[in-house]
Write a protein that binds this ligand. Structure first.
Ligand code: NAD
Length: 453
């Protein structure tokens, strides 16, 4: 099929190259000329493992191209997938990118004679597609829903694992209020054989995305709450607690004497909070929208609150353990919100760095791929080190925030050799406390406080 995708960011670009690799003809549209030029030169504007190779392949095959020309892209395609950003701003979801694109699509559809399906992939609060977006496209196209198709197809890919996730989906949710548009979407996704397709109405599809993200965020904040209670009591290791919980056969069945270890259990882990471009803004948007409708979502509210205090508590812990932070050289390992991505949006690392700077610390940060994005945050008064060795050199303390493999494998003797005082605050519980302490390192992990007598 011929598909146009509006928004060549993380979701739009991955969707585009994957559908092109599966045999569709794809045109990706964006409004940033440099982005389009880079993509057509086979260089991804974002870091995502395997993306450059896939881009090279599909451009080489002639099944993928990027353009600034939305009218052309829509006129030569049967389906348009909308994947522009939907950030959270103060009072709720910011639909300005969606509004702009919906107007443009409407104007283009006014002139287009053949049937066209518009599919919203951006995460939008329930009822946005069948009211807000439908109204705008109807107004500007001077046509009614039905004359053109309108679907909602939430995306579940995870940055860092995006191509694998898109190519091997666990489910494809298609919200459609009529059979004609649903059939077109079903044909598009027919290339993913054996994947269950769940058909719902438009609002339910929107709600599935928010519910998934709320559940994942809830598990993380729940684990952090248990960590905080464990720290307050003392002599309880939250990691052992959660491991103990995860042996429960209702969570983790044993088949042929082997634990299944479902992926969801990875979210039962304590740390310095969740970040990224989805979880924080999605649950805040759902909360704000829910409150507008008259229902106060207490669990989601608490999930957000715990996530906001987690980096604050982490820095307080540092002060408790090593005293006044002013003029101390602190090495921060990791800027990205999680490994295998250069995305720093809502990253706990940035929140921790800001607090350390407020306390007068001299912060040296490193990250394998996210430094360039962090440098764009002009207000962040941090020194960037080329690698972890440089960051650790002469440091009074080290904070591990992002679980990059290369940081996980730093040996205790490297910390000892490089740092002025080998003190490690492990925000992700990746190091072995006993090994570090027997090597002469002061080690502090989240959810683990020795009882002080
Ligand atoms: P992004 O900011 O990386 O990309 C959005 C792109 O849209 C940008 O390249 C921007 O230039 C382009 N754009 C904006 N307005 C445009 C216009 N008028 N015409 C053409 N292009 C325009 O955003 P993203 O991370 O890809 O997220 C997109 C949507 O997908 C959001 O709703 C997000 O919540 C959702 N989502 C994101 C992820 C993720 O991991 N990033 C996962 C699932 C769902």
């Amino acid at each position: 099929m011929k598909v146009s995708i509006v928004g060549a960011g993380y979701v739009g670009l991955i969707t585009g190259v994957c559908l092109a690799d599966k045999g569709h003809e794809v045109i990706c549209v964006d409004k940033v000329p440099e982005r389009i030029a880079m993509i057509n030169n086979k260089h991804s504007p974002i870091y995502e493992p395997g993306l450059d190779e896939l881009l090279e392949r599909v451009i080489g095959k002639g099944t993928f191209v990027a353009t600034l020309d939305m009218a052309w892209a829509i006129n030569v395609s049967d389906i348009t997938i909308v994947a522009v950003g939907t950030p959270y701003r103060e009072q709720g979801i910011d639909l300005s990118q969606i509004e702009e694109v919906s107007k443009e699509i409407g104007l283009i559809l006014r002139e287009k004679e053949s049937y066209h399906v518009v599919c919203i992939k951006s995460t939008v609060v329930p009822s946005t597609t069948d009211t807000y977006i439908a109204n705008i496209i109807e107004k500007f196209s001077e046509k009614y829903v039905g004359d053109f198709g309108l679907c909602m197809n939430p995306e579940f890919l995870r940055e860092g694992n995006a191509i694998e996730d898109f190519m091997n989906p666990d489910r494809i949710v298609i919200g459609a209020n009529d059979n004609k548009s649903f059939s077109a979407m079903k044909e598009l996704y027919g290339v993913f054989k054996d994947t269950p397709i769940l058909r719902t109405n438009l609002r339910t599809a929107e709600m599935i995305k928010y519910t998934t993200n709320s559940l994942l965020a809830l598990l993380i904040s729940f684990s952090n709450e248990i960590a905080n209670i464990s720290e307050a009591i003392g002599n309880i290791d939250v990691q052992e607690v959660l491991t103990g919980v995860c042996f429960d056969k209702r969570l983790n069945p044993r088949i042929n004497n082997t634990l299944v270890n479902p992926g969801i259990l990875a979210y039962l882990a304590a740390g310095c909070g969740f970040g990224g471009s989805c979880l924080p803004k999605d649950i805040k948007s759902l909360m704000a929208f829910s409150e507008k409708t008259g229902y106060v979502p207490e669990i989601i509210k608490a999930t957000i609150k715990i996530n906001e205090i987690q980096p604050v508590k982490f820095v307080q812990r540092m002060e408790r353990e090593i005293g006044d932070l002013s003029n101390k050289k602190i090495a921060v390992l990791g800027l990205a919100f999680k490994p295998e991505t250069d995305d720093i949006r809502e990253s706990p690392s940035i929140k921790i760095i800001k607090r350390l700077i407020e306390k007068g610390a001299d912060v040296f940060a490193c990250d394998p791929v996210a430094v360039e994005n962090a440098k764009r945050l002009k207000s962040l008064d941090v020194k960037y080190s080329r690698n972890y060795q440089d960051a650790l050199k002469g440091a009074d303390a080290c904070v591990l925030v992002t679980k990059w493999k290369e940081y996980e494998s730093i040996r205790p003797d490297e910390f000892k050799q490089l740092m002025k005082t080998p003190v490690v605050f492990d925000g992700r519980r990746v190091y072995d406390k006993a090994l570090f302490e027997s090597s002469g390192i002061r080690y502090f992990g989240i959810g683990l406080v020795e009882e002080r007598n």
